[in-house]
Design a protein around this ligand. Structure first.
Ligand SMILES: [Cu+2]
Length: 189
């Protein structure tokens, strides 16, 4: 039998492995740490963005520069929302353009536009609606050092918290997670 001072660390290690295995299997984790396989034009990677009154889920969205994604933007709230994806210049442009619509009666967002160079991508979704958009992420999107955001600029929504960061990741990489609990936790035979 091992001395007690060795048993505790072993138990802690086994428990940590169990937790890691459970975390890897959980559907509830809003920011799964597993590797991302970049989408291609032939096989876009599916990315869910859920808008509510007045938050986004998940609380960060990961993209690989240059990949093609199939965005599923879902409105689980009661108000109309949108997902504007782009850097600060894009977010500022839509915030200013849509501020002009403040005070209109509730309903579909009035048609607004911004110059093409700051348009980013914008997906408007009404309550209970899901909009699917295939989009190729600009290959140089992460190179300029300007943080990208997913934001909603229906008047007042940005201030209420409808903004989450974009995380840039390399294809097939997993920067925050390198363990392989499934294999290391397997019982020895
Ligand atoms: Cu909104």
């Amino acid at each position: 039998m091992l001395p007690t001072r060795f048993r505790l660390p072993l138990c802690a290690a086994a428990f940590a492995l169990l937790l890691a295995a459970l975390a890897g299997c959980s559907d509830a984790d809003p920011s799964p740490p597993g590797p991302i396989v970049p989408g291609t034009a032939a096989s876009p990677r599916e990315v869910n963005v859920i808008a509510r009154d007045y938050t986004f889920a998940p609380d960060a969205v990961a993209f690989v520069p240059g990949e093609t994604v199939l965005l599923h933007v879902i409105n689980g709230g009661l108000e109309v929302h949108e997902a504007v994806i782009g850097d600060a210049a894009v977010q500022d442009a839509w915030e200013a353009a849509e501020a002009a619509t403040a005070g209109r009666p509730p309903g579909p967002t009035p048609v607004v536009s911004v110059p093409p160079d700051v348009a980013g991508i914008r997906i408007v979704v009404r309550s209970g609606e899901r909009v699917d958009v295939t989009w190729t992420v600009p290959a140089d999107a992460s190179a300029a050092g300007r943080p990208w955001v997913v934001g909603c600029h229906i008047p007042g929504h940005w201030e209420r918290g409808m903004q989450v960061p974009v995380h840039w990741v390399g294809g097939g990489s997993s920067p925050s997670y390198s363990a392989s609990p499934a294999s290391s936790a397997a019982p020895a035979s």
